[in-house]
Ligand binder design. Structure first.
Ligand SMILES: [Zn+2]
Length: 302
């Protein structure tokens, strides 16, 4: 794994060097964020919310609009989202952007989401996808309802983007959705400070991102799901997000060293993206200096 990690002081030096403003305070833990004039401001957080890792979700039908319990799990999704917002607010956040990140991205009903938050709703064709809306204005990112990558043992509803992908690696690192979404956040120097999902996901993501605050909402047992109640999960998420955001100065943005080389393995080949090469049945390779272009190729060939 070639992960470029920048410590608190290094991050401050880089930010100072590249932006040249008194923004360095933003990256140092408890000192709070400042605007460009050096005035204190509240923290701004980006919350990407999937469904498979929510408390209680056991099968694909639970997270499918056609499933009999989908309406119930929409409420659970809003509950875990709002718990994250409350925890972030308790740690000093005053601006919240929620990205609905599941399926057609129309799962969260706007009235169900905490009115302090903005909601990014609906599918988008661009490379950011589950991170649509992230940019350098954010202080931290949070993943809720996430799941492990395709093929992960003892995981719940493990997959990578869709059912066709069997593996998606960047620079030799096999990527769960949390991995490449954390890389997108890392492009803007935004650290992932909290994650929630099933236990196998939490272990996998911590292996990549480091010991970030997390809540394992449930675990797989003999092919079924043993879960916290939604209410208990939400209490834990509220507290975990507050801790994670307060500790943000200890967490480094997740990065790999460019240029990026991706290897995509799929069950059924799609047409090659411009510049990509077929390296075997169901396997293609693409290299580029721009991570977002890597994700464009992934989206085209997945
Ligand atoms: Zn999903």
């Amino acid at each position: 794994m070639r992960i470029a990690r920048s410590g608190r002081s290094l991050g401050a030096v880089r930010l100072f060097g590249t932006i040249g403003l008194a923004l360095a305070l933003c990256v140092s833990g408890e000192t709070g964020a400042s605007d460009q004039a050096g005035q204190p401001r509240g923290l701004k957080v980006f919350i990407s919310v999937d469904m498979e890792g929510l408390a209680g979700v056991a099968t694909g039908s639970d997270v499918s609009p056609n499933g009999p319990d989908y309406g119930h799990f929409r409420k659970v999704m809003a509950g875990e989202t709002n718990a994250a917002i409350e925890g972030a607010a308790a740690a000093g956040a005053t601006a919240f952007t929620v990205r609905d990140s599941h399926g057609a991205k129309q799962n969260l009903l706007p009235l169900d989401v905490d009115p302090r938050a903005r909601l990014i709703r609906g599918a988008t064709p661009g490379p950011k996808n589950m991170m649509e809306g992230i940019d350098q204005s954010f202080d931290a990112a949070i993943f809720i309802g996430y799941h492990a990558r395709a093929g992960t043992p003892n995981a719940i509803l493990a997959h990578t983007s869709n059912g066709n992908v069997t593996d998606f690696a960047i620079n030799g690192v096999s990527m769960p959705e949390a991995g490449y979404n954390a890389l997108v956040a890392g492009l803007y120097e935004v650290p992932v400070v909290f994650i929630a999902g099933d236990r196998a996901f939490v272990e996998q993501a911590r292996g990549m991102l480091g010991p970030v605050e997390a809540v394992a909402t449930k675990f797989e047992t003999a092919g079924s799901v043993d879960s916290l109640s939604p209410a208990a999960a939400q209490t834990a998420i509220r507290a975990g997000v507050e801790r994670g955001l307060k500790r943000r100065g200890e967490v480094r943005p997740y990065k790999l060293t460019p240029p990026y080389t991706m290897v995509l393995k799929v069950r059924a080949d799609k047409p090659l993206y411009a510049g990509a090469t077929r390296t075997g049945p169901g396997e293609s390779r693409f290299a580029h200096a721009d991570l977002l272009e890597i994700l464009n190729a992934f989206n085209a060939m997945k």
